[in-house]
Write a protein that binds this ligand. Structure first.
Ligand code: NAD
Length: 451
């Protein structure tokens, strides 16, 4: 593709290597978001019915904070890192050069269609790469605005948006990119990794999965219910790190259900389907897929749907077993299955036998139990006594493990993700002792001592 050739040529000429250039790109990115704020908010409303508040906080403000953090630390991050050396290296300088990979492909999903297309691009440009963004075709209005705004602010040899469906992604995956950053489903993640392996292109895979929440008997149940409802229902459950389902200790289950009900009403009123700010399900296929879970277990809250507007009310299902369909795949919607437990060890055991989730949330006051849960289980990241908040801290790496993904980003971790750590030993020519070149006993003794 012409654009990739152009980007590679521009990159090879060294334009992206200076601090001034990279800072300029980041500030341009900020200006671009400010200039296009209104069309972006309108597009997010159109594609997903995101309110201006939700769209601003979870997409635009997030990106601005990421740019600010990156600009603040850019100079330091770019500096070569001096490292120590053993005695054998006496007289040398040893350092790690922070090298950009080159030309990067960013593939984005539809659920936070702006944030997840632009946040990786911030890291890619900060680290001195050029980038091609492939936004999701499922949110076409946002995709169109992203394409227009990037075109207005960046020449295609630095940053380019390629709109379209999976055929475009497939074409892009055949190109000789230097790095691929993919956010999306496990299914497509496997396709991406397979295609990348044909050219040995390194990848970051930001995938999803079923992220559990645990509410233990010593939890502040009211706070737990509010924070779980908040994390579950932002974007109508279409958040990769939303609590997918919750395990509640039997002693607090009834209190939890009451508190969740109250929290939902506080957030979206008595009739969430008619709340103008309640996000819709992205399309009819997903609406149908999620609605099919409504007959699992017993309906304890919600259950109403509006197929003309692709909306599903905040719903709680109880009497759920691990074998129910709703427990087999990521729900990615506003339905919360509530499972009951007696022994914490049993839940930990159950979760440990499943694919490693992207997030895990533990609610409980006892620090030993907090430590037990967070050390016994493997998961991308998470919170104790909260949901989602870990993703908002730019000093924490964000990413999955196992089937929820590989690699991480945000802040320093974005810079590092798009950077090759190139090791350099700068040797002195003031001496060149013979023992290194000889294979005799005396040389071996010296080498043993030095090492
Ligand atoms: P998806 O995997 O269907 O699509 C993601 C991207 O891949 C889109 O741009 C799409 O055009 C492309 N694509 C789709 N099918 C393809 C194919 N056969 N070949 C090549 N490219 C293809 O994901 P989605 O439905 O857009 O997003 C939802 C998923 O993403 C959920 O699993 C969610 O958990 C996950 N997700 C993860 C994160 C994270 O940060 N870890 C964030 C958001 C969403």
């Amino acid at each position: 593709m012409d654009v990739i050739e152009q980007q590679k040529k521009w990159f090879s000429q060294g334009h992206t290597m200076s601090y001034a250039f990279r800072k300029r790109q980041l500030l341009k990115m900020k200006k671009m978001l400010e200039t296009f704020e209104d069309p972006l908010l309108k597009a997010l409303k159109y594609d997903l019915n995101k309110s201006a508040f939700e769209a601003y906080t979870t997409e635009i403000a997030f990106l601005k904070a990421e740019i600010k953090e990156q600009v603040k630390s850019l100079k330091k991050r770019m500096e070569p890192e001096k490292v120590k050396a053993p005695l054998s290296h006496t007289g040398t300088d040893n350092y790690i050069k922070k090298d950009p990979y080159g030309t990067v492909l960013i593939i984005a999903p539809w659920n936070y269609p702006l944030q997840l297309a632009i946040a990786p691009a911030i890291g890619a440009l900060a680290a001195g790469n050029t980038a091609v963004i492939k936004p999701s075709e499922m949110t076409p209005m946002v995709s169109w605005v992203i394409s227009r705004m990037v075109e207005e602010f960046f020449p295609p040899h630095i940053l380019k948006v390629m709109e379209g469906g999976k055929e475009i992604t497939q074409q892009l995956l055949a190109e000789p990119f230097d790095y691929i950053f993919f956010t999306g489903s496990e299914r497509v993640g496997k396709i991406v990794m397979q295609k990348a392996s044909e050219q040995l292109i390194p990848v970051t895979l930001e995938l999803g999965g079923k992220s559990p929440a645990l509410v233990h008997k010593d939890a502040d149940v009211t706070v737990a219910a509010r924070r779980i409802a908040w994390g579950k229902l932002i974007n109508a459950g279409q958040t990769c790190i939303a609590p997918d389902h919750v395990y509640v200790h039997e002693e607090v289950k009834e209190d939890f259900l009451k508190a969740y009900d109250k929290a939902v009403k506080q957030l979206y009123g008595e009739e969430p389907l008619n709340n103008k700010d309640y996000v819709k399900i992205v399309n009819f296929d997903h609406f149908t897929r999620i609605s099919n879970y409504l007959d699992n277990g017993r309906l304890a809250l919600g259950g109403e749907t509006d197929e003309n507007r692709n909306k599903i009310a905040p719903t709680v299902l109880t009497d759920i077993s691990e074998n129910d369909p709703v427990m087999q795949e990521e729900i990615f919607g506003p339905i919360l299955p509530v499972l009951e437990y007696r022994e914490l060890q049993d839940v930990v055991q159950t979760i440990s036998q499943k694919p490693k989730p992207l997030a895990l949330y533990y609610f409980g006051e006892n620090e030993e139990e907090q430590e037990y849960v967070t050390s016994s289980l493997s998961f991308g990241g998470g919170c104790i006594n909260d949901t989602l908040y870990h993703i908002i801290n730019p000093h924490l790496p964000f990413g999955g493990v196992g089937s929820s993904g590989m690699g991480s980003y945000h802040g320093k971790y974005s810079f590092d993700t798009f950077t090759h750590f190139k090791s350099i030993t700068k040797q002195t020519t003031k001496w060149d002792p013979d023992f290194r070149y000889k294979r005799d006993e005396k040389s071996l003794k010296i080498i043993k001592n030095l090492l």
